[in-house]
Write a protein that binds this ligand. Structure first.
Ligand SMILES: [Zn+2]
Length: 355
C-alpha cells in the first residue's frame, strides 16, 4: 500500500523496508544496523506462522458447504501454513479453508494478531494508537475497523429493552462536505447537519444505539429505531419527545415524562434520566477519540460502542465472543474496496473535527 499523503507520516509506510536497504553500494552504519535488527525483530514477532493453538482452533471449525458454490460435496485436501486443513470442492474445484470468506481469510496476519488490536479497541483506545502498537502501516487500523463493523453488523438485531426503559436521542454532526448551506451560511442547531441516533437503556443493562438517518426524530424514524426493540407493556422513562407517542400507543407502554425544566440543575445521581445521559456521554467520548475518521458508517460505530458497553464486560470475554462471531460470519472485506470507495473523501476530511 502506497502512502498517498503529502506529509511524511512516520507510520504511513511499511516498516519492513528501511531507507538504507536500497543502497547497494554502501554498507549500513552500525546505528542503521541496530535499527534494522530491532525493526526486523518486531516484524517477525508480528508476522509469525500461526501457533499450534490457532491451527487447532481453525481445524476445529465445522464446514457445512463450499464457500464458492454452496454445494456439500467437498473433500479434505492437504494442509497449508503449518497445518491448516485445506478442502477442495468436488463440484466447482475451488480450494478453501475454514476461514475462507471470513474476515480472517487473509492468512498473512494470524488471528492471534487481532487479540492485541481488539484489546485496544475495546478499551476506548484510538485507532491511530492501535496501528502504532501493532507496528503496521497506519491504514491497517481503518481496514480492520471495517472488518470489525462487518462482523458486528447484526449485533443489535435481537436486542429487546424491557421493564424500566429509558430512551433519548443524541446527535452527531455529519461530515463536513455534506454540511447544508442556506444562502451561503451554515445551518445551525438540529438541522440537516446533525444525524439523530436513537439510544435506549433498561434497568437490566441492555443497551440500544440505532442511527435514525434523519436530523429530527419523526414518528416514522422513532418507530423504525425502537419499534422492535422495546417489549410491549414496559415502562418508558423519557423527556416527552412528541414522536415517542407512537411507541407508547403501539406498544402499550406506561409513559413517565421528565421535562427538561424538572431535570435541569439536578445532580447526576438525582436525575432519573442519568443512565441515558451517561450512555450519550460515553458514545460521544468514543467518537471524539476517533475524530479523524470517516463518519459515513455511523451505524458501524454505534454497533461497536454497543458491543463495548454490553455484556460481557470483561475484555477477554468480549474478544472471545468477537472471534467466535467472526469465524462464523461469512462476509469478506477487501482492502481495496475499503480504500477505493472512501479514499478520496477520507483525505479531504482528515481534519474534520468530531463533536
Ligand atoms: Zn464448490
Amino acid at each position: 500500500m502506497k502512502n498517498k499523503s503529502k506529509h511524511h507520516s512516520p507510520w504511513g509506510t511499511s516498516l519492513r523496508i528501511l531507507p538504507w536497504d536500497k543502497q547497494e553500494d554502501e554498507e549500513p552504519t552500525l546505528t542503521e544496523k541496530l535499527i534494522s535488527s530491532t525493526v526486523t525483530e518486531w516484524y517477525e514477532a508480528k508476522h509469525r506462522e500461526p501457533s499450534e493453538e490457532e491451527i487447532s482452533l481453525i481445524n476445529s471449525i465445522e464446514i457445512t458447504e463450499c464457500p464458492a458454490c454452496g454445494k456439500t460435496s467437498f473433500v479434505k485436501f492437504g494442509f497449508s501454513h503449518g497445518g491448516i486443513q485445506q478442502y477442495k470442492c468436488k463440484e466447482c474445484n475451488v480450494r478453501f479453508t475454514a476461514l475462507t470468506n471470513t474476515i480472517f481469510q487473509d492468512r498473512k496476519i494470524p488471528i492471534s494478531e487481532w487479540i492485541e488490536y481488539l484489546m485496544h479497541l475495546f478499551e476506548f483506545h484510538s485507532i491511530a494508537t492501535s496501528a502504532r502498537d501493532n507496528r503496521n502501516a497506519s491504514s491497517t487500523g481503518t481496514y480492520w475497523l471495517h472488518k470489525v463493523f462487518t462482523v458486528l453488523e447484526d449485533i443489535q438485531k435481537d436486542v429487546v429493552l424491557e421493564g424500566n426503559v429509558y430512551i433519548d436521542e443524541m446527535f452527531f454532526p455529519v461530515i463536513k462536505n455534506k454540511t447544508v448551506l442556506k444562502d451561503g451560511k451554515k445551518l445551525r442547531g438540529i438541522s440537516r447537519n446533525k444525524i439523530c441516533v436513537g439510544c435506549g437503556y433498561d434497568d437490566k443493562g441492555h443497551v440500544l444505539l440505532i442511527v435514525e438517518n434523519t436530523s429530527k426524530p419523526s414518528d416514522r424514524s422513532t418507530w423504525n429505531a425502537y419499534g422492535t426493540h422495546i417489549k410491549p407493556e414496559s415502562t418508558l422513562h423519557h423527556d416527552g419527545e412528541k414522536s415517542h407517542g407512537i411507541l407508547i400507543s403501539n406498544l402499550n407502554l406506561t409513559s413517565i415524562v421528565y421535562t427538561s425544566e424538572e431535570t435541569k440543575g439536578l445532580k447526576d445521581e438525582d436525575n432519573p434520566l442519568d443512565p441515558i445521559n451517561d450512555l450519550h456521554g460515553l458514545a460521544k467520548r468514543f467518537m471524539r477519540e476517533h475524530g479523524g475518521y470517516d463518519r459515513s458508517n455511523l451505524q458501524g460505530w454505534m454497533n461497536l460502542i454497543w458491543f463495548i458497553l454490553s455484556e460481557p464486560y470483561n475484555r477477554f470475554e468480549k474478544i472471545r465472543n468477537f472471534i467466535e462471531i467472526a469465524i462464523s460470519t461469512h462476509k469478506v472485506v477487501k482492502y481495496r474496496d475499503v480504500f477505493r470507495k472512501k479514499g478520496r473523501r477520507n483525505r479531504k476530511n482528515h481534519h474534520a473535527s468530531a463533536n
